[in-house]
Design a protein around this ligand. Structure first.
Ligand SMILES: C[S@@+](CC[C@H](N)C(=O)[O-])C[C@H]1O[C@@H](n2cnc3c(N)ncnc32)[C@H](O)[C@@H]1O
Length: 197
């Protein structure tokens, strides 16, 4: 398994990506095809920036990418970057004149403590904030793709997603360490009533 991760680390370096996490998003996009040319995408927890780099490539010249993180981005080309906590950034900060987002990503992770329960609850808090922003800012058929650390409150979070979206799936990328507690929620089509169309 370590070999596999050395492989992704080296691949990211060779291909010029800021982190190997890019291959998780790539795998998901190859499966679901949800990030396309011309799309408006919000990337929460974007630093050091491999997902953002990939998204900028996929959406192209006619797309728009907004990224948020407390830490800096390595490469800000083609991105509107807000260096703020997701708990402080407002919907107005994020909107940037964009009518609604086609995709909202969250790869946010708390600084891990080693205490699984604490890490899980902090991950849930980040996911809930990402979900709140997604319900408010996604277009009607938009996609919310969110990393979550598995644990006792995960089912409740997935249930809340099922109440807010038409389609919800769980996705574990091959490039994610098998011993890692992370898993991704893929949700499409906001059903909750809002002002975005
Ligand atoms: C696994 S990294 C993201 C990697 C990124 N997707 C990439 O491909 O380079 C998780 C990120 O979540 C960010 N994060 C954690 N808490 C946050 C918060 N409250 N607001 C914004 N970002 C946060 C961390 O700063 C960290 O950069």
């Amino acid at each position: 398994m370590k070999k596999l991760h050395d492989h992704y680390f080296k691949k990211a370096k060779d291909e010029g990506y800021a982190a190997r996490s890019v291959y998780k998003l790539k795998e998901a996009n190859e499966k679901y095809g949800f990030i396309r040319a011309g799309y408006a995408v919000l990337d929460l927890g974007a630093s050091p920036g491999s997902w953002t780099q990939y998204v900028v490539e996929q959406v192209g010249m006619n797309g728009k990418v907004v990224a948020v993180d407390i830490n800096p981005l390595k490469n800000k080309t083609g991105v509107i970057f807000l260096q703020k906590s997701v708990f402080d950034v407002t919907q107005e900060d994020i909107k940037q004149g964009i009518g609604g987002f086609d995709v909202i990503l969250s790869d946010m992770a708390p600084r891990t403590t080693g205490a699984k329960d604490v890490d899980h609850l902090r991950s849930i808090a980040l996911c809930e904030r990402a979900l709140e922003l997604s319900i408010a800012l996604l277009k009607n058929n938009g996609v919310f793709f969110c990393k979550i650390f598995q644990g006792r409150d995960m089912d409740a979070f997935v249930r809340t997603c099922r109440e807010a979206f038409r389609e919800v799936r769980l996705f574990k990328p091959k490039s994610s360490r098998s011993e890692s507690v992370e898993i991704f929620v893929f949700a499409r089509g906001v059903t909750t009533l809002r002002s975005v169309s």
